[in-house]
Design a protein around this ligand. Structure first.
Ligand code: CUA
Length: 331
C-alpha cells in the first residue's frame, strides 16, 4: 500500500513537471538567446495566453449552459452565437494573424553584405560547416558552429542527399536544407553561452543522432577561435600520437577525411584537422575524450545506424587506441 502511494505520488510529480521541461536549457525555444527566438517565444506566449482565455470562456459558457434550465425564448442565444461564434473568433484570429505576420518580415529581411556568412550542408548524418568571413579565405569544419554575440550571421543552407532541417531552437529558425537548392537563414545571437542545434526533418535511421554544438562568444574569443581553425593540423607531441598519425594515413582514413597539412585530403567525411578540440564527436553523439574516439572507431555503425563510415573494429585495440590518442590531440 505504502509503495503504491509512493509510486502514485512520483507519477503525479513527474506529470506536473513535464510541461516545464521544455522551458529552459540549451535547446529550448522558450529560453531565447537570439533576436528571432525572442520574437518567436513572444508569439508563442501571446498565442498560449489567447488560447487559454478562449478555453476558459468556452468552458464557462458550457458550465453555465449545463447548469441553467432550458429556455424556449431563442433571441438571446442567437445573439450569443453571432457574437461568440463569429464576431469574437474572427476579431481574435485577425489580431493574432496580423501580429504573427508583422513578426515575419524582419526575419525574412536579407542580411547586410558585411555580415558573417556560414555555409552549412546537411549530410548523412552530420553537418559540413564552411565559414566565409568577409575579406578572408573560407575555413571548413564540422558539427560545431561558433558565433560572435550581437552580430548578424547568415546561414547558407543546402543538402547533399535528402531534406534535412537546420534548427538552433535557442537562437531562432528553423529552415529546410534541400538538395540542389540554397536556402538562407539570418540569426542574431544575443547571449553568450553553449547551445544545441538539431536536424528537424526526418532524414533516415540516424536522424535523431544528428545534432551540433553552438557556442556564442565575445567577438575577440570568436576571432581567436576562427584563426585557430585556419591553422593546419598540429604535430603529434608523443610517440603514441605519432604512431596514431601513421595508422590514420596507412589505414585509408584520408580517402574520406581531410587533415590539412598532411596527405589526407578526402572530401566525403568531416574535416578532422581540429577534431580533438570540438565539443562532441559523431555529430553530438558522444563526448570528445580519447575513449570516445575509441568507441566511435570500433562501433561506428552500431552507434550510428546508416552512417557511411565503416567500423574499424577489426584493427587491434592498441592501434585503435593510438589513433584515438592522435585524433584527440588535434585541438
Ligand atoms: Cu538530418 Cu534529420
Amino acid at each position: 500500500m505504502q509503495t503504491l502511494r509512493c509510486m502514485r505520488r512520483a507519477a503525479t510529480y513527474l506529470l506536473r513537471s513535464l510541461p516545464l521541461l521544455g522551458c529552459g536549457g540549451r535547446q529550448s525555444a522558450l529560453d531565447p538567446a537570439g533576436e528571432h527566438a525572442e520574437t518567436q517565444a513572444a508569439l508563442f506566449w501571446w498565442m498560449t495566453g489567447g488560447v487559454v482565455l478562449i478555453w476558459l470562456v468556452v468552458m464557462g459558457l458550457a458550465l453555465y449552459a449545463a447548469w441553467t434550465p432550458a429556455r424556449t425564448d431563442l433571441t438571446g442565444p442567437r445573439r450569443l452565437i453571432v457574437w461568440g461564434g463569429v464576431i469574437v473568433p474572427t476579431a481574435v484570429l485577425t489580431v493574432l494573424l496580423v501580429y504573427g505576420l508583422s513578426m515575419l518580415e524582419p526575419m525574412l529581411a536579407p542580411a547586410a553584405p558585411s555580415s558573417l556568412r556560414v555555409a552549412v550542408t546537411g549530410e548523412q548524418f552530420w553537418w559540413r560547416v564552411r565559414y566565409q568571413p568577409p575579406g578572408a579565405s573560407p575555413v571548413e569544419l564540422a558539427n560545431e558552429i561558433r558565433l560572435p554575440v550581437g552580430d548578424e550571421v547568415e546561414f547558407l543552407l543546402d543538402s547533399r542527399d535528402v531534406i534535412h532541417s537546420f534548427w538552433i531552437p535557442a537562437l531562432g529558425g528553423k529552415m529546410d536544407m534541400i538538395p540542389g537548392r540554397q536556402t538562407r537563414l539570418r540569426l542574431v545571437p544575443t547571449r553568450v553561452g553553449e547551445y544545441r542545434g538539431v536536424c528537424a526533418e526526418y532524414c533516415g535511421s540516424s536522424h535523431a543522432f544528428m545534432s551540433f554544438a553552438v557556442v556564442v562568444q565575445e567577438r575577440a574569443d570568436f576571432e581567436r577561435w576562427l584563426s585557430s581553425q585556419r591553422e593546419p593540423v598540429p604535430t603529434p607531441t608523443t610517440q603514441l600520437a605519432e604512431r596514431g598519425r601513421g595508422l590514420v594515413l596507412s589505414n585509408g582514413c584520408g580517402a574520406c577525411h581531410t587533415l590539412r597539412g598532411t596527405t589526407a585530403d578526402g572530401r566525403l567525411g568531416p574535416d578532422l584537422t581540429h577534431v580533438g578540440g570540438r565539443l562532441g564527436l559523431g555529430a553530438g553523439l558522444l563526448p570528445n575524450q580519447a575513449a570516445d574516439f575509441e568507441r566511435w572507431l570500433s562501433e561506428t555503425t552500431r552507434r550510428k545506424p546508416g552512417v557511411h563510415m565503416p567500423s574499424f573494429g577489426m584493427l587491434p585495440p592498441e592501434d585503435v587506441g593510438a589513433i584515438a590518442t592522435y585524433l584527440k590531440g588535434l585541438e
